[in-house]
Write a new protein. Structure first.
Length: 50
């Protein structure tokens, strides 16, 4: 996500289905309390996760 990759690109790289990646991204957004991928990455940086 932090690299700006799409769910499809992430799924190919991780050898997972696109649906699985979509569910995992949704889970990350919910856990970080943000509404989109950009805010998730920025919040993760602020928390020192990235």
């Amino acid at each position: 996500m932090a690299g700006g990759y799409s769910n499809r690109e992430i799924s190919v790289a991780m050898h997972k289905s696109e649906g699985t990646v979509k569910n995992q991204v949704s889970s990350i957004l919910e856990k970080l309390g943000v509404r989109d991928r950009t805010r998730a990455v920025l919040h993760a940086i602020n928390l020192g996760l990235l």
